[in-house]
Write a new protein. Structure first.
Length: 230
């Protein structure tokens, strides 16, 4: 466990969901598409440290996934706290995370969520690389992430897992209602590490568009058990 996680932003090319073997007793574990959080210890639970309540009814509103940074954590949290289904957009959310850090992380929300990330070392390395306490100087371009690809770079996948964890964690703060996340089936390279990050944060629903996600339910079951998935 320690060797794989300690080099989480290193140059080893291993799929993240194979390399990171998290202790099932120390982090949130969800079932597949519609899942509930078990009664685990408060030190690893987002928000109010209370279990997610299932909807007593089908939600009247399922907030749409309108793109990363638009269907963001604050909107999803507001919708779910009102008893409906808030949804964050997960495609490209790792890029949104590092840009927020480079803008100084107003309010400290990214850093607060990152401090609860259960895989040691990842958040620290991302902060060292991207966080600018006073924000970017005027005219300075954002430092960019490399594009994800099928080779499964551990460096890249680690940030993808973290970005999805942060967004879902923040969307779940302060209430005990389910939160969903939306992905594009067509963009396949980051899907598994994205799902894993969302599961670690206790996502309640996974919504997939732009294709037929026939392999996703099985992959969710495997990832929820911290097994290799494909």
């Amino acid at each position: 466990m320690a060797d794989a996680r300690a080099s989480a932003l290193g140059s080893v090319h291993v799929p993240l969901y194979r390399a990171f073997r998290c202790d099932p007793d120390s982090i949130p574990v969800c079932g597949a598409v519609n899942c509930l959080m078990p009664d685990i210890s408060a030190d690893v639970r987002p928000g109010s440290a209370t279990p997610v309540k299932p909807h007593g009814h089908e939600p009247l509103v399922i907030q749409g996934g309108m793109g990363a940074g638009v269907s963001a954590w604050l909107l999803a949290r507001t919708v779910s706290a009102a008893g409906q289904l808030g949804v964050v957009s997960g495609t490209g959310i790792d890029t949104i995370l590092v840009r927020r850090l480079q803008d100084g992380d107003p309010g400290g929300h990214m850093r607060r969520a990152m401090a609860r990330f259960p895989i040691p070392g990842v958040a620290k390395r991302v902060l060292e690389r991207f966080y600018l306490p006073t924000g970017r100087p005027a005219g300075q371009r954002y430092a960019a992430l490399p594009m994800p690809d099928h080779r499964g770079s551990l460096r890249r996948d680690a940030i993808t897992v973290l970005g999805n964890f942060v967004e879902v964690f923040l969307a779940r703060e302060g209430h005990d209602q389910p939160v969903g996340i939306n992905y594009l089936t067509k963009i396949q390279a980051p899907t598994l590490p994205s799902l894993y990050g969302a599961l670690l944060a206790g996502v309640g629903y996974v919504l997939m568009g732009a294709g037929i996600p026939r392999d996703i339910p099985g992959a969710l079951d495997q990832l929820a058990r911290h097994e290799a998935a494909s």
